[in-house]
Design a protein. Structure first.
Length: 64
């Protein structure tokens, strides 16, 4: 029973939910495909960290 406590619980794939094999080179994903799907989501802007919109300085149109 002590050995079971040291073994981390297997987590499902972050994209499709399938089990991830221990020692998989694609962790936390189950395959290269799921890894690419996740990368595509990041690049498309599907993931965002919530936060306040910063106040941007206004441009001076004085014509100088």
């Amino acid at each position: 029973m002590a050995d079971e406590a040291k073994t981390p619980a297997a987590r499902p794939c972050a994209v499709c939910g399938k089990p991830v094999a221990p020692g998989s080179p694609f962790r936390p994903f189950c395959s290269a495909r799921c890894r690419q799907v996740d990368l595509g989501r990041w690049l498309a802007g599907d993931y965002a960290i919530p936060g306040d919109v910063p106040d941007l300085p206004e441009d001076d149109d004085t014509g100088s």
